[in-house]
Design a protein around this ligand. Sequence first.
Ligand SMILES: Cc1cn([C@H]2C[C@H](O)[C@@H](COP(=O)(O)OP(=O)(O)OP(=O)(O)O)O2)c(=O)[nH]c1=O
Length: 196
Amino acid sequence: MDSSPPIILASASPRRAELLAQIGVPFQVVAADIDETPREGEAAIDYVQRMAKEKVAAVAALFSDRIVLAADTSVIVDGEIWGKPLSRQHAKVMLAGLSDRNHQVMTAVAVHHRDRLEFQLSVTDVAFAALTTAEIGTYVDSGDADDKAGAYGIQGAAGCFVKHLSGSYSGVMGLPLYETAVLLRKTGMTLEPGNE
Ligand SMILES: Cc1cn([C@H]2C[C@H](O)[C@@H](COP(=O)(O)OP(=O)(O)OP(=O)(O)O)O2)c(=O)[nH]c1=O
């Protein structure tokens, strides 16, 4: 008998694994490797949904009998899509650009099950404090910005850059838990938080 967990998390993000484990879902990780370049003139909302869909499709092609879940997170500033920084210098420029203003974090989640693809989108407004050059430098030098959209992780030291948010904390971190639960329940899964 196949004892593999029914869910495949198509993601290399340790944050997504941590969040999915938080709601007691047993899963296996099979990361998707896709081209994450935005198309010319592509709107952020279309981009994050396309990315989540492509990640899920790449893995569902290999595991058609399982439930496959993927997500994509981008930071949006004045309609511009900000992904992960290309270097630490780039991370510093990004954080200076987020300082003392508001941005949005969009996370699209996609679930593939039995030839059906379902989506949810989480959009969060985030207000950043005014950051000094020294604060930005110390944070970026710590390495925490390296692999994160917008060059910050709300769950780490950059949590104190966030003055206010309206939306989903877990969505900012990479996997909105309410929306994820909605999608998993649609596959027939029973989620029993606390019963891990
Ligand atoms: C804004 C923000 C992003 N992030 C992370 C979540 C994602 O891992 C990353 C956004 O990049 P993504 O391209 O969405 O994800 P990923 O490349 O890390 O993983 P995969 O494509 O394999 O699923 O930024 C945080 O951890 N905290 C935050 O506050």
